[in-house]
Design a protein around this ligand. Structure first.
Ligand code: NDP
Length: 277
């Protein structure tokens, strides 16, 4: 566990990740490694913020001189509301800004610029970055497991990369709602005969298994879990001959995109990835 502050005890710093829980976050060590690699004088900390307190926290951090914030579960929607002025509490911040089209489509934000009161979602584009080395052909098939916040980011970007995308969720009605919104197919039973299977559920955090029928798993297929480390989903996929990728790749990639959006210089991706191994 890293040092984690309650938001009211926020120390002098430049950037932060806010969430609840957030003590497990590897973002501070990753961003700090990036500043060290480039000789930048910034400090990045983890702050615990309870649900319902995000707007107040962001106003407070703006007053303390923080430049930017990453947002993790469960605050991405509240952070978007703050950016758009929906929960505006004080007048000492700039006017709310509009969102870029992809962020608007995803509908939640994970990266805020407090000086400009603007926000983006780097999970979607960061996710696509991590697929680049695999060189999937257009028309490849993808199955998204889950229909929560991170499934939205994945569902918003995969079609634009040429994938034929399907969604499965434990609560089927949520898969149907997401499928209708993004014009994607849904399945009631998850099978493994896809070129890419992305597990966006939090089952891996609890070592719970998913009801996947692994028959038909493809050797050249990729099983990708957004949770860090070796999950049961990845072990099962590996034992059925699939290639695997865990959530550290996305953590680095979305973080690198946040870094670049804040600072306007290329992120030292290798140093960032090394810091979270
Ligand atoms: P949400 O809470 O929005 O969604 C959780 C999803 O998981 C729902 O679809 C839920 O299904 C499903 N689920 C939970 N438990 C189970 C289970 N036992 N079996 C089947 N399905 C289950 O979470 P997020 O989408 O925001 O995040 C999901 C995961 O992705 C988290 O573990 C998070 O840490 C990780 N993540 C990692 C990132 C990275 O940088 N590596 C970036 C973003 C997220 P139902 O609708 O039925 O409840």
């Amino acid at each position: 566990m890293n040092i984690c502050y309650e938001w009211r005890d926020a120390p002098a710093a430049d950037f932060a990740v806010i969430g609840d829980p957030v003590a497990h976050s590897r973002s501070p060590q990753m961003h700090q490694a990036a500043y060290n690699a480039l000789g930048l004088p910034y400090r990045y900390v983890a702050l615990r913020v309870s649900a319902g307190k995000v707007g107040e926290t962001l106003d407070y951090l703006t007053g303390l001189g923080y430049r930017g914030v990453n947002v993790t579960v469960p605050h991405k929607q509240e952070a978007m509301d703050w950016t758009m002025g929906a929960d505006r509490l004080t007048d000492n911040v700039g006017e709310p800004r509009s969102l870029d089209p992809l962020t608007e489509k995803i509908g939640v934000v994970n990266t805020l610029n407090l000086i400009e009161r603007s926000a983006i979602n780097t999970d979607g584009p960061g996710f696509l970055d991590t697929l680049t080395p695999y060189e999937f052909a257009r028309g490849s098939t993808a199955l998204i497991l889950g229909a929560g916040g991170s499934a939205r980011a994945v569902a918003a970007v995969l079609p634009s990369a040429g994938f034929d995308v399907w969604i499965w969720n434990r609560t089927h009605s949520r898969a149907v709602a997401l499928g209708e919104e993004f014009r994607l197919g849904t399945v009631e039973t998850p099978t493994a005969n896809f070129d890419l299977i992305v597990n966006t559920t939090s089952a891996g955090l609890k070592s719970e298994s998913l009801p996947i029928d692994w028959r038909g798993a493809k050797e050249e297929g990729l099983a990708y879990d957004l949770v860090y480390g070796e999950t049961r989903f990845l072990r099962d996929a590996n034992s059925h001959g699939m290639r695997t990728l865990d959530g550290k790749a996305l953590l680095m990639s979305q973080g690198a995109r946040s870094f670049e959006w804040w600072l306007g210089i290329p992120a030292p991706r290798e140093a960032m990835l090394e810091a979270i191994q």
